[in-house]
Design a protein around this ligand. Structure first.
Ligand code: FES
Length: 130
């Protein structure tokens, strides 16, 4: 099942429900939350973590929902899996994640293309299943 989700009112996030292929600044982000697909839209430059949070699609698990670094790339709790055409990592921690096939840090991903994202609702945090 695919759910169409809004964007949360962020100025860098479109309020449109569909990506316009002729508009290179708008992107579709398909997100699987472990149960179903959601389709978000945003503009180039949107931060993936913020896009997810503003659409009630948290990259965190219960334990880290309130205990995280706030998107500074320090805690490694915002990991998601990306599929398809994936942006190159820019942050050192995200480069390590990409190199070793760990989940990518959603807080360090700037949306510059259409993305397919899988949330990890049963991921391990700091060595434990959270
Ligand atoms: S929120 Fe801490 S690394 Fe992304």
């Amino acid at each position: 099942m695919i759910g169409i989700t809004g964007t949360g009112g962020d100025p860098d996030v479109s309020s449109h429900q569909h990506s316009e292929s002729s508009d290179a600044t708008r992107h579709t982000v398909r997100v699987h939350d472990g149960t179903e697909w959601h389709v978000l839209t945003c503009r180039t430059g949107a931060n993936l973590r913020m896009l997810l949070l503003r659409n009630d699609l948290s990259p965190y698990v219960r334990l880290t929902e309130s205990v995280n670094c706030g998107g500074r790339g320090l805690c490694a709790t915002c990991g998601v899996r990306l599929e398809g055409d994936i942006p190159d990592p820019e942050h050192w921690h995200d480069r390590a994640a990409a190199r070793f096939s760990y989940p990518r840090l959603s807080c360090q991903i700037t949306v510059d293309r259409d993305l397919t994202v899988r949330l990890l609702p049963d991921k391990r945090i700091w060595g434990k299943r959270a």
